[in-house]
Design a protein around this ligand. Structure first.
Ligand SMILES: Cc1cc2nc3c(=O)[nH]c(=O)nc-3n(C[C@H](O)[C@H](O)[C@H](O)COP(=O)(O)O)c2cc1C
Length: 139
């Protein structure tokens, strides 16, 4: 989804990558993620955005994890100044908590303006282009 957005907007991709990688085993990953959520953790991010001030619009996206954003999205949101930026939330999910997750990204970036987000289930990104057009990001 991020790659499709970047392709259509000529955007720059930044991967919110943890310093400590998550387990590749799904069940083990869900255990770590639940523990982080329940302890309100702020997992460290491996890299930093270069030239933050040059960006006006920031798409923030993530998978839905345990009904909400992974906690590292909180780390990201708290690490940068969003005043004067427009934030566009997006997420991927299996079946539940899409709207709550998009709303959480908005809540985490109170200093920004926001445009309507998009959540997709599955790998089909056909809905990205009409969405970007609808919110006025592309013509
Ligand atoms: C720790 C963890 C928790 C998850 N919790 C949810 C959830 O609450 N709701 C949901 O719809 N999907 C949930 N998922 C599924 C992910 O959102 C999904 O794997 C992700 O969007 C990527 O999609 P893919 O597995 O098809 O690549 C969870 C996945 C993981 C690893």
């Amino acid at each position: 989804m991020a790659e499709r957005i970047a392709e259509l907007t000529d955007g720059t991709l930044f991967r919110i990558e943890p310093v400590n990688p998550y387990p590749t085993d799904y069940t083990e990953c869900t255990d770590v993620a639940l523990e982080e959520r329940d302890t309100n953790a702020r997992p460290a991010i491996a890299d930093e955005v270069d030239n933050w001030e040059q960006y006006d619009t920031v798409f923030i996206g993530c998978p839905v994890w345990w009904w909400t954003t992974p906690m590292i999205i909180c780390t990201f949101a708290e690490s940068y100044d969003f005043a004067g930026k427009t934030v566009v939330p997006f997420c991927t999910y299996a079946s539940t908590y899409r709207d709550e997750t998009l709303a959480r990204i908005v809540e985490l970036t109170p200093d920004a303006e926001h445009l309507e987000g998009l959540g997709l289930s599955g790998r089909n990104t056909d809905d990205v282009e009409p969405w970007l057009r609808q919110i006025g990001i592309i013509e």
